[in-house]
Design a protein around this ligand. Structure first.
Ligand SMILES: [Fe+2]
Ligand SMILES: [Fe+2]
Length: 372
């Protein structure tokens, strides 16, 4: 019962040790990670003045935001605007031009989304620290290679944008009028770009060899255009899903204030993805269909339906409602980890990375809203 009051069940010693070793905070340094025997037997992340559940949710979100920042930074170095707000790259004119086919302002939007992610990660960790809670640092895992194309800086990355399997089912999930993933968990929402979900494709040029032929670099830009939507709709669901188990109203305010910025992003990217030109990549056969023509088209695919269609919500006894979906809270953090992993975003990462991510997600999913 005490566990319930604390907002979270005590984690096992093994999991706690591993995480404590990698989540650097306060007195726990990389040095002590190397000398794990110095850690107390029951080492567990510090929650400070937060409930354990709130700290676990914020730590998982910090990790998610660090990963988002890492992938957006790679996009910005090659296809965004290069400035002091988002430093590091020097831009790739051919890739930037292919992205601009989706919208003349793509470089600006990519830059702004990237800057937003930096602020999310920095804010959440700073808040955890201010409350005396352990923060999340993943620098240890920046081991994946950068693109070798002109414009990218050569540093270790957390995420891999060069072998993506992009789930584009959000396209029809937000257009379907009778199916809600929370009420119909086994319904398969059709993909907007079936080919993207059935192979591994680069969303950034891997080397300058990827800059031609034209249809190949355009396919890479189209892949990025849909991947932007995939990532940001994930965040759009994650925040309301986790907010339901937050205890403190200030922590709730953080989730309710960051979450809708993810929806801002998603809405923008959904609109832009609809402008991705229909084409077949001559190098690998990847097809981007015309979503406004048969066998696509209609309410499930037409590209100007960029606002959510109403759908049954909570129960079919209520009138349909236009909402974010899914927002079911059970297993939401682990679901996010699975979606990002299935995306191919972590191909090449170490077993320790996956173990840490799963561990942070488990703790977030164990969090319970404390009742007074
Ligand atoms: Fe974010
Ligand atoms: Fe985001």
């Amino acid at each position: 019962m005490k566990n319930l009051l604390n907002g979270i069940k005590r984690t096992s010693n093994r999991r706690s040790f591993m995480k404590r070793s990698i989540v650097a905070a306060g007195a726990v340094t990389v040095g002590s990670a190397l000398f794990g025997h110095e850690l107390p037997a029951f080492a567990e992340e510090k929650s400070g003045r937060l409930t354990r559940g709130d700290a676990a949710i914020l730590r998982f979100l910090a990790a998610a935001e660090i990963l988002e920042t890492d992938l957006w930074q790679q996009y910005n170095e090659l296809g965004g605007i290069q400035d002091q707000e988002v430093p590091g790259g020097s831009g790739n004119p051919t890739y930037t031009a292919a992205l601009s086919v989706l919208d003349g302002d793509m470089a600006q939007y990519i830059h702004d989304n990237t800057e937003d992610e930096f602020t999310h990660q920095n804010f959440i960790n700073a808040y955890l620290a201010a409350k005396g809670a352990d923060t999340v640092h993943l620098d240890h895992f920046r081991t994946l290679p950068s693109s070798k194309a002109t414009g990218a800086q050569q540093i270790g990355r957390l995420t891999n944008l060069m072998q993506l399997t992009v789930d584009t089912s959000w396209w029809t999930r937000y257009r379907a009028r009778t199916k809600n993933p929370d009420l119909d968990p086994h319904f398969n929402f059709p993909q907007a770009v079936p080919g993207l979900a059935a192979g591994q494709f680069p969303a950034i040029p891997r080397t300058d060899d990827d800059l031609s032929p034209d249809k190949h670099i355009q396919a890479i830009a189209n892949t990025a255009g849909f991947h932007f939507g995939t990532i940001e709709q994930g965040g759009t669901s994650l925040y309301p899903s986790l907010a339901q188990r937050v205890t403190d109203t200030e922590v709730l305010r953080i989730l309710l204030s960051i979450g809708p910025t993810e929806a801002f992003h998603f809405q923008t990217w959904q609109d832009k993805a609809g402008n991705a030109p229909a084409l077949t990549d001559p190098t690998n056969g990847l097809v981007f269909p015309d979503l406004n023509a048969p066998p696509f088209g209609g309410e499930n695919f037409q590209t100007n339906l960029i606002m959510p269609e109403p759908v049954p919500f909570l129960s079919r006894k209520f009138p349909v409602c236009s909402i974010i979906r899914p927002t079911q809270t059970r297993g939401a953090a682990m679901g996010a980890v699975k979606a990002l992993t299935d995306d191919g975003l972590f191909i090449g990462q170490s077993p320790e990375f996956f173990a840490l991510l799963r561990d942070l997600a488990e703790d977030a999913d164990e969090a319970r809203r404390a009742r007074d």
